[in-house]
Ligand binder design. Structure first.
Ligand SMILES: Cc1cc2nc3c(=O)[nH]c(=O)nc-3n(C[C@H](O)[C@H](O)[C@H](O)COP(=O)(O)OP(=O)(O)OC[C@H]3O[C@@H](n4cnc5c(N)ncnc54)[C@H](O)[C@@H]3O)c2cc1C
Length: 169
């Protein structure tokens, strides 16, 4: 974000510099036959895996067996530039151990790297708005890591913009 904003936004840089985001790998697995997973979701500590869910157990997604594995943010940060094959293998090994199943035999595998997936240290303000420069920024990184934070940030900036427009009319 700092790189996108011009120097006219300089007074906001102190706050922006304190924002810290963290990555996450998501590994999607698809199975042509049912796999007997021991649970539908697991939050995990002390493993490359941070979260696992049987995606096909969610309403409306039951057509084919699917499992989503998310790395922990710390592990992703340490392995962001690793070969995708190595990342996939490490996540499969850790997830298989957790589930007590060989998940590497999935019929479909897709790995995605999210470089800016979570915000361990958000801005702490709902948006940035430099009235003189006519520039504003919002997003989950202002308030947290989840979609509620993105929504709250966007709504609050929209309110501020509407007030600004009304004041200038
Ligand atoms: C793997 C994963 C799982 C998640 N699971 C959940 C969950 O279960 N529940 C939940 O509440 N939240 C979840 N989140 C978080 C949620 O996705 C985010 O909080 C939300 O998407 C943030 O919305 P946003 O609009 O702030 O940013 P984004 O959705 O990231 O949107 C930013 C947009 O800006 C675009 N962009 C970036 N740079 C530029 C540029 N230079 N020029 C033009 N466009 C650009 C991007 O392409 C993107 O479309 C998850 C996130 C990840 C990565």
């Amino acid at each position: 974000m700092i790189a996108l904003l011009p120097d006219a936004f300089a007074d906001q840089r102190a706050g922006l510099a304190s924002v810290r985001m963290a990555g996450c790998f998501a590994l999607m697995l698809g199975f042509e036959a049912e796999v007997a997973m021991p649970w539908t979701a697991a939050r995990v500590d002390g493993s490359p895996v941070g979260w696992m869910a049987v995606n096909s157990s969610k309403p409306g997604r039951e057509t084919a067996m699917s499992v989503l594995i998310q790395s922990s943010n710390d592990w992703a940060e340490a392995h962001l530039e690793d070969d995708p094959e190595r990342v996939e293998a490490a996540l499969l090994e850790a997830a298989s151990e957790l589930a007590g199943l060989d998940l590497a035999r999935a019929d479909h595998k897709a790995l995605h790297r999210w470089r800016y997936a979570a915000t361990p240290e958000p801005l702490g303000a709902p948006f940035l708005f430099d009235r003189a420069a006519g520039l504003a920024a919002c997003g989950d990184w202002c308030l947290g890591s989840k979609v509620e934070a993105a929504f709250e940030s966007g709504v609050q900036l929209a309110d501020a913009l509407l007030s600004e427009i009304a004041a200038r009319a």
